[in-house]
Design a protein around this ligand. Sequence first.
Ligand code: SIN
Length: 285
Amino acid sequence: MRKLNVRPISGALGAEIDGVDLSQSMNDATFSAVRQALNDNLVIFFRDQHFTPEQHLAFARRFGDIETHRYAKGLSSYPEVLPVVKEAEDRAANFGGIWHSDVSFHEEPPMGQILYALEVPEAGGDTIFVNMYRAYDALSDGMKRMLEGRNAIHTGERSYGPSDSQVTQRQEQFSRSMDVKVKNDAEAEVAHPVVRTHPETDRKSLYISAISIQRLEGMTHEESRPILDFLIAHAKRPEFTCQFRWRKNSVAFWDNRCTQHYALNDYHGHRREMHRVTIAGSRPV
Ligand code: SIN
């Protein structure tokens, strides 16, 4: 395996990698080293990359099949490349501005995302990531026993569901920046284990996505809420996180199976444009 220069950016997760040109096809040794760095650091960052949508997709395809977003419209010539945009005049909402693991309400949520910065504000617009292995490891043995083998119900209701009036309001605010649609199928309930095991590292992590998790299976909303509120608050403890300062042409590649992330909305009056490609995943176990 090729040795990469991997520099952690926090004690919890995240590392910058130098010396790889993502626009070029990667030999097997470099590919294995990048995959290892992702498994070790959960989110990896590359600076000064210059790739076209085609090269972006080619890099992502080394890691798995590509998925097209079901609710947000991709580029017209490359529907699998999602422009994540906030125009300078948009204020209230930004895409991804809440703690979440991407589309956890799908039967098979993505393995990961590769986000490329085309235009970023001079200050602000950082993304925060959290290490969900750490969140699991730090739970008491009693809480771990209670969660073991338990499912939670996830839905996309609060993100893309037509019956949530806040969603409709948010989508209207988005409309200048992105083409996002609400759809009935986002409200379907999907059960996933609260503690999942990573298919490559074999490590256990807490699998909650603050925006999508509704209740614990077999329990009412009222019974579940205090437990979920605790887990959601616990999972965002600052010592489990890293914060990435974007520059134009930076790339972040996160493992969606063992992280959550949050896109800060603190750059009103400035434009931010990213391209995002989603790598398909498998059913959490
Ligand atoms: C996302 O949640 O995929 C968007 C993250 C970002 O724009 O920083």
